[in-house]
Design a protein around this ligand. Structure first.
Ligand code: UDP
Length: 160
């Protein structure tokens, strides 16, 4: 679903979380070195309401409140990432959710290098085509990105 038919590439949402904001240049360097194209980039300090919506699937879990407080604590960098198999690739480059596990199993991953603990784990990445679609849409206006049928040059409004 998240493939761009024009380029054979997939898109995913990457976030550099507030604890890693000061390392954003290093992280963006790693992302480019790993062959991703950054199609769009946005810096945003999320409100409580925005974070609660973004992480709605975790509402009620014991870490939810701490996660929401952390995610509103400073600026976040949102990245629209493109690459073949971008969703899986970005999850691989980020490393496991737990920084402790990341340090053991993926010492060169972003979370191992820039994460502090399981909450302040430096990065976010969509985990499926469905979540990529929802999460990219949360930050960027890309209505037609996922459409297999592109609109004609004549817009619907002009045609009626
Ligand atoms: N999180 C946390 N404690 C946990 C599990 C997750 O604080 O025990 C936070 C962490 O920042 C994580 C986010 O909640 O990145 C979303 O959790 P998820 O299980 O979806 O992990 P992810 O997809 O980010 O690896």
């Amino acid at each position: 679903m998240a493939a761009d038919p024009k380029q054979g590439k997939e898109q995913t949402l990457g976030l550099i979380k507030p604890n890693a904001y000061s390392k954003r240049a290093d992280i963006i360097g790693l992302i480019k070195k790993d062959g991703f194209t950054i199609a769009e980039q946005k810096e945003v300090t999320l409100t409580r309401n925005q974070v609660e919506n973004f992480y709605a699937e975790h509402r009620g879990k014991k870490f939810y409140d701490e996660l929401c407080t952390f995610m509103t604590s400073g600026p976040t960098i949102a990245l629209l990432l493109e690459k073949a198999d971008a969703i899986k690739e970005w999850r691989r480059v980020m490393g496991p959710t737990s920084v402790e596990t990341a340090k053991k199993e993926a010492p060169n991953s972003i979370r191992a290098l820039y994460g502090e603990n399981v909450t302040k784990n430096a990065a976010h990445g969509s985990d499926s085509p469905e979540s990529a679609k929802r999460e990219v849409g949360f930050f960027f206006h890309v209505e037609d990105t996922y459409a297999m049928i592109k609109p004609n040059a004549v817009s619907h409004k002009d045609a009626i």
